[in-house]
Design a protein around this ligand. Structure first.
Ligand code: PLP
Ligand code: SF4
Length: 374
């Protein structure tokens, strides 16, 4: 098995060339095991919960991300995303192991095919950082699901046999936790399938381990295919010189950058937090806000979920305050495999034939009469 870059035994790895030394230091000096939490200034509740929660869902926090935490603030939005909380241990009725039915739509190992033109491919179930709210956390706990070429071959054969597939989405786990060589191998294998047009990569590496975005990583993804890197920033505090540099490197590599965020109570569930996040993503990082996900039914996450009505009220204000390109689409991923559906506020109030009553951004309802030729 090809080893992951973020693996436990990275500590003794040689630290050259220099481009790779930076992220290796970040990994080595971060939290890699539950016991590493002992040295952090946790609250008594967090400390008690840490071992139990970490046993259910791994902990891993690169130093660059750990350094963003303001330890004087118990409600710090970075801390809330990665430090195990006692509340995680309380599961609510209705929460699910597989909140968006990845497994139900899996025609080959490590592949999910739910929409005709695109598939999810899972080259690894490991991540550079483990987010407490992860909707795939139950899949990530199984060991021995790292990358091998052979493990992906049935998935590649399936893609080859299905000419309707135009986009291959690498997700996981975090695909950018793989070595450059593995990424180049996966990219080349997908590229060889003539009907595939776009390679998409869903990753938190630019956010949590920005030093990993090296020239070598960019080269490993360059080839015939259009490449889109979909980042996962949840708070403006994650946007800094290091993440800016990582995004610049990706943009200069020719990749289309988009971001998906998860709406999380106590992290980003205010107009101010979302407004700043969306503006800084676009204006500073050149990353287009793509989706704002309503919190999935991941186990032990009731304390981080908002109501849908709260989410709708937030995005209604974003729509008024932010430019079109800074606005994400607020979506819910339906648990039974119904896919992602927009659940933002509805501006259409009523319809009578060709006459529509539509609420403007100022809140006032107007009548709009359709005029359509024969
Ligand atoms: C999210 C998802 C996709 C990608 O959906 P987009 O709306 O194109 O971003 C594709 N397949 C599955 C199964 C998904 O969950
Ligand atoms: S990086 Fe993505 S897949 Fe990994 S734990 Fe975080 S949300 Fe889940």
């Amino acid at each position: 098995m090809t080893s992951h870059l973020d693996i436990d035994d990275a500590s003794d790895a040689p630290v050259e060339p220099r481009g790779d030394a930076a992220w290796q230091d970040d990994v080595r000096q971060g939290v890699r095991h539950a016991r590493d939490l002992d040295s952090l200034p946790l609250s008594p509740g967090e400390r008690a919960a840490a071992q139990a929660a970490a046993a259910r869902h791994k902990v891993r926090i690169p130093k660059a991300y750990l350094d963003l935490i303001d330890w004087d603030d118990p409600a710090d939005p970075i801390r809330a995303q990665v430090i195990p909380s006692p509340r995680e241990l309380a599961e609510a009725e209705g929460e699910l192991d597989d909140p968006i039915a990845d497994h139900e739509f899996s025609p080959a190992p490590r592949l999910t095919h739910r929409h005709a033109d695109r598939v999810l491919l899972f080259p690894t179930y490991q991540c550079a950082v483990y987010c407490r709210f992860c909707f795939r956390k139950e899949s990530l706990t199984s060991i021995g699901r790292g990358y091998t070429r052979e493990a992906l071959e049935p998935a590649f054969a399936y893609i080859e046999a299905h000419p309707e597939i135009r986009e291959v989405i690498l997700t996981g786990g975090d695909p950018l936790s793989l070595p450059d060589k593995a990424l180049a191998e996966i990219r080349a294998r997908i590229e060889a399938i003539a009907h595939v047009r776009l390679l998409r990569i869903h990753t938190r590496v630019p956010v949590a381990l920005p030093s990993r975005i090296t020239a070598g990583l960019v080269r490993s993804l360059q080839g015939r295919l259009m490449v889109s890197v979909v980042t996962h920033f949840n708070h403006a505090r994650e946007i800094n010189d290091a993440t800016e540099q990582a995004c610049r490197t990706l943009r200069q590599g020719g990749f289309v950058l988009l971001n998906q965020s998860v709406l999380l109570k106590g992290v980003n569930d205010t107009v101010e937090a979302l407004e700043e996040l969306c503006r800084e993503l676009m204006y500073r990082l050149g990353v287009k806000p793509y989706y704002l996900h309503h919190g999935d039914l991941a186990r032990g996450m009731a304390h981080r979920r908002t109501t849908i009505a709260e989410g709708q009220a937030l995005v209604a204000v974003l729509r008024q305050r932010l430019s079109g390109i800074c606005n994400p689409v607020y979506v819910l991923d339906l648990p039974d495999g119904g896919g992602k559906v927009p659940i933002g506020p509805c501006y259409v109030e009523a319809r009578d034939g060709e006459s529509w009553r539509i609420r403007g951004q100022d809140g006032a309802v107007r009548v709009y009469a359709e005029v359509v030729g024969e």
